[in-house]
Design a protein around this ligand. Sequence first.
Ligand code: ASP
Length: 315
Amino acid sequence: MRNPQLNGDGSLQHLLTIEGLPREVLVHILDTAASFIGVTEREVKKVPLLRGKLVFNLFFEASTRTRTTFEIAAKRLSADVINLNITVSSSTKGETLLDTVDNLSAMHADMFVVRHSSSGAAHLIANHVASHVHVINAGDGRHAHPTQGLLDIYTIRHYKKDFSALSVAIVGDVLHSRVARSLIHALTTLGAPDVRVIGPRTLLPTGVEQLGVSVHHDMREGLADCDVVVMLRLQNERMKGPLLPSAQEFFKSYGLTPQKLALAKPDAIVMHPGPMNRGVEIDSSVADGPHSVILPQVTFGIAVRMAVMSILAGN
Ligand code: ASP
């Protein structure tokens, strides 16, 4: 089947998932993002790359960091940005997703940034819109969150430089995490040799080894000598029925405390996509401690989203 993300010449038409994207495309996005870091730090934080373009932020599910940083990224590129919080708008009146998209397309949309609770929503839109319109998946169900995966590897590259000898541990609710899936695809594509997932059996997808990761149920074993620890939130809103005895029990076994972090390398970094639940998956002393790069992840997210938008727009 044709990869709907890529044009015939291999350039990006949409960004829907990291799965199947060639290494060169990932590296090009990371390098472009690096070139935008300077822009985001100077006094006049704008470049004209998307001047005259109309970007719709189409969020059918709540978001703080992702929606805001997409908006900032589009504005830094000089685009016009319209934010739509559809949970309180037309879908509550019964309009279908594609009818909403058609109406916004009739307003001359150039780009849609889409978040939806259903896996595949962004693909559906990408297959529907005219060929000059670009679609970015900002999180679809538990399937993919490609710009989060990209900002995660940007952060890892910033602090660790080289992927070829890297041990990365991803901890917690991998089962419901689109962030984990996107990050695993990114890391394996970039050649990270040791990617581990750690969690209780009930929160790891069956067959996750097939993505090229090792599976651990014990933090002592899973965190040993790793360079990067990525903590995930318990995604209670996606759980059908009780998968855990309690949040306290989870914290005891899998919550990242200074004692557990001491199992990793002394210069290990700690990441979290947010929103963070202190005392559930991470202790405050770790979240706010010297190993944490959780806030830099947010800042890098702006440059990474600028890079994706400007590459899609053909720059
Ligand atoms: N913000 C991330 C997401 O949208 C992670 C999370 O919600 O836990 O998937």
